[in-house]
Design a protein around this ligand. Structure first.
Ligand code: ATP
Ligand code: MN
Ligand code: MN
Length: 371
């Protein structure tokens, strides 16, 4: 006779790149709570703490059913004492007091508003908050000189803080593809970022552009932005040229997740379907268009698989893959290349599957990379 049967204990691998993580998962109450604490740590500039919360959040999202009690989490990796305390609180009370306090704190609220401005990072927002600036109105009257990105960020604040839908991403894709193909026939445009992972909304739309003939893609970002400009849909752009050079001794351990592709952080004007405008009229201020953040990245075909993997995300998934590469395989992975520190050579790949195979990882499809 069975008595006091407990739910079976979960099991999970410790690196997020060893698991498939769907969106949104079966434990959104828990993962949303941990995400607030992760975000709050990010806004405090506490990277270590932020990553720890992100890892516990990702682990819970990867579980294939709802967690009923903490006992089921026994032995799981990635869950520190602090995360377990939060989980316990949410399971017992339906919410975490720490999360509630965080969400209502004036610091968290102000930092969210200020970093919500395109072009404003944590450092700048922190400096402003220290000076007593908590709102857009206070910033505008503060006398601070804003750089061009921040000016655009403020100007299109409402639009850029309204999530981009999948339909809007598809409409932007059409505009971008038309522009790319008119300046370089045969060029290929791939939707990357959250939308490639199957998310239904995002903060921007990310595109990776390449051409089957290596070298043809050089200087493409400038031609594309000129084309978008001539069509009157480029509201803001900041272009960076390609600075990547393969070094004989390998990439070394990447110091940040910044890559060196030719790219453009832009804001495009999305002309909306008239029917939709009528429906949204109250909040879109009657304009027949909205501003959307768009990232364009150009990769040579020889690096395309690495670029696609790197720009598909999620950020945590990428971070975990790089950590796995270094600590478990003595390799260095970037959005450009994979270097084997034992064999002292680059490993080439023409698909994401090959990169996973080089790293001794089971392939995880984009929709499973929502760590
Ligand atoms: P969202 O819906 O919020 O846009 P996302 O996953 O698409 O989610 P992004 O910030 O657009 O998030 O980033 C997409 C991918 O591009 C991530 O994997 C990230 O690591 C990569 N990425 C973003 N910015 C850079 C950068 N400056 N250098 C290198 N890679 C970057
Ligand atoms: Mn994105
Ligand atoms: Mn992006």
């Amino acid at each position: 006779e069975q008595q006091g049967v407990e739910a079976p204990v979960f099991s999970a691998a410790s690196y997020a790149c060893q698991r498939s993580t769907p969106q949104p998962g079966h434990n959104t109450l828990l993962t949303d709570s941990l995400a607030v604490l992760a975000e709050s740590a990010e806004l405090n500039g506490d990277e270590g703490r932020a990553v720890a919360f992100r890892r516990s959040e990702a682990l819970l999202r990867s579980l294939d059913r709802r967690v009923q009690g903490v006992a089921e989490l026994r032995g799981l990796p990635c869950l520190g004492e602090h995360s377990r305390r939060v989980i316990q609180d949410v399971l017992d009370n339906g919410k975490s007091s720490e999360v509630e306090e965080t969400k209502s704190s004036s610091r968290y609220k102000a930092m969210k508003v200020l970093t919500g401005i395109f072009g404003v990072g944590v450092k700048t927002a922190k400096r402003w908050f220290t000076e007593g600036i908590c709102s857009l109105a206070q910033l505008e009257t503060s006398g601070h000189t804003l750089n061009p990105a921040q000016q655009a960020g403020l100007k299109y604040y409402a639009d850029l803080n309204q999530p981009v839908t999948r339909d809007e991403a598809d409409a932007i894709s059409v505009t971008v593809e038309e522009a790319v193909c008119s300046v370089l026939p045969g060029a290929q445009v791939t939707l990357a970022g959250g939308f490639r992972r199957g998310k239904t909304s995002g903060h921007d739309v990310d595109f990776l552009i390449t051409h089957p003939d290596e070298g043809k893609e050089e200087g493409l970002v400038h031609k594309v932005t000129a084309c978008l400009e001539s069509r009157g849909v480029l509201l803001y752009h900041q272009t960076t040229r390609n600075t990547y050079q393969e070094s004989p001794e390998g990439a070394g351990r990447p110091r940040s997740n910044m890559d060196r592709f030719e790219r453009c952080f832009s804001i495009l004007k999305l002309v909306q379907d008239p029917v939709q405008v009528e429906a949204d009229q109250t909040d879109s201020g009657c304009r027949p268009w909205r501003a959307v953040r768009v990232d364009l990245v150009v990769s040579p075909i020889s690096q395309f698989a690495f670029a696609l993997l790197g720009w598909t995300g999620s950020k945590l998934f990428e971070r975990e893959m790089r950590r796995w590469a270094v600590h478990e395989k003595s390799m260095s992975l970037s959005s450009h290349a994979l270097y084997d520190n034992n064999q002292k050579r680059y490993l080439t790949a023409s698909s994401e599957e090959e990169i996973f195979a080089h790293l001794g990882l089971e392939y995880v499809s984009p929709s499973g990379r929502n760590a």
